[in-house]
Write a protein that binds this ligand. Sequence first.
Ligand SMILES: [Zn+2]
Length: 206
Amino acid sequence: MTEEAQRRLLVELGASLFQRGYSVGSAGNISIRLEDGYLMTPTNSSLGRLEAARISKLDRDWNHVDGDKPTKEVFLHRAFLDARPEAGAVVHLHSTYATAISCFEEAVIPPLTPYFVMRVGRTLPLIPYYRPGNPEMEPAVHAAAKGAKAVLLANHGPVICGATLIDAVNAAEELEEAAKLALLLRGMSPRLLTPPQVDDLLTTFG
Ligand SMILES: [Zn+2]
């Protein structure tokens, strides 16, 4: 896919996430890995109103080279894209249900549905609370991303990667759906997928 096409897709999917309430105001940010660097949503931009030509571009060493200034949370994206060479895009949202789960001391989303396991995987580490934009968060996210496709930032929201931007957005939507189910079923005793069922999904689709 050309950089132009990637920019257009970023605008389209950002607007789609915004319209469906996955991000409000200027919350949330998205990055894409390119051959020669990275595209990143600009600081203080709304996912609902991105402009293709103003999207921030960074070179391979993460220097800002074109477009508006990148998001303050650029280090979240760098942590994931450095830790996971197969990742082509990263989505960070403040989506309601996943953020609600991130406020629990034990922020766990159990294996309730196959699609959650297929898209997100076996583990969803919780990163301790840091002030948003605090770069001290990067080493913790980097370490967790080595073993997981997604993390929850405590009292803040989810960060998730995918092979492509479409994969990352699909996974972010699946994570939000799973968080919603986990809250709906909290305090009840739903049947969870068994460890062999989780293994089967990961070997078949992982
Ligand atoms: Zn954030």
